[in-house]
Write a protein that binds this ligand. Sequence first.
Ligand SMILES: O=C(CO)[C@H](O)[C@H](O)COP(=O)(O)O
Length: 426
Amino acid sequence: MKPIIQVALDLLETDRAISIGQEALEGGADWIEAGTPLIKSEGMDAIRSLREAFSGNIIVADMKIADTGSMEVEMAAKAGADIIVILGSADDSTVLEAVRAAKKYGSRIMADLISVNEPVTRSKELEELGVDIINVHAGIDQQMTGQDSLSIMKKVVREVNIQVAVAGGLDADSCAVAVQEGADIVVVGGNIVRSADVTASSKAIREAVDSPSVRAYSKKSIDEEIRSILGSVSTPNISDAMHRKGAMQDIFPMLAGKRMIGKAVTVQTFKGDWAKAVEAIDEAGPGDVIVIYNGSRHVAPWGGLATQSCLNKGIAGVVIDGAVRDIDDIRTLDLPVFATCHVPNAGEPKGFGEINAEIVCGNQTVKPGDYIVGDDNGVVVIPKEHAYEIARRAKEVEKTEQRLFEEIRRGATLSEVMKLKKWEKH
Ligand SMILES: O=C(CO)[C@H](O)[C@H](O)COP(=O)(O)O
């Protein structure tokens, strides 16, 4: 049987969901899912509208039912859902009630294994309780911390005889792996619905699941993955992902159009003392960013010679809470430099201070090894212990913005696309 692509319309407004759903179907998606956010935002009317707009397609209502199985299945079924999602972690009594109601109204039940502790055991129990489809799912917040669903899905398909779906940040490559490993249904949200070209993204997934053998799925190291994700987002995306934390204050790019990503080598110095700043170049390695607190706007601990030395070592960039000089040389060299200002004066190499201690730079705490990202907007610090999660969340912000850009390009205004008035705080 051909694998089924279920497109999860995780949006807040039905009109956007319908137009994105249409584009996804043009690319080859099969089932239309009313995502949980859409159902919470618009209620059963969202399901009714999707039923009407997509009369020939299976409609899945991602109700994530936790209780009152019968009542909630009845609501969704009467609104037009063919498949209704309950939580696999719901009590057996709720599952049974949902299954009974689904039979009565001619619908099917999909059980979502999100946050289930023993997914394989629970899948078998759910099958016995009469569930039609198991969905092995790493939720969106779980994905941000690195959890994925494919390894569990592999085990589940061997243990149950009902259809198995898989969900959780899937893209074309992971969908191909999923169907190779036995998934009947791939559930794709963000990588279709927040794409600027929904039809093309949906088509790429169609091709991947229909000829999965040509795909290779390579696993990068965590540092490679963080750097690769951070390389595709902006500092505003990261600031949004960090709820406006992390941006350095009063630190500006000294040359335009340069992007910088790296791990911090920190330097605490004192006004105009440039010894530790320059010694840090020898401590730092390729892909590091030297982050210096100096604290003077009038004497510079950094200039053209230090910048050239960094290039010889493959250092990714420099950030200085303080001044730089030789700005004309710096502008001709290919190293991103961020600083408070530029001045003519150099200080003295006295040697006070510390390399790789925790410092404050641009009013942000920076620890050695934290990820530092800089672009024309400024510099953000990402604590190393949350770097993967923040990078993933920044990528989600970037995807959402790409989609908004596309809808604005088509003629709407930002407030129209975002339905700003509707979502103002009451
Ligand atoms: O149910 C969901 C979140 O709870 C999503 O619909 C599901 O995870 C698919 O979306 P994505 O591909 O973005 O993970």
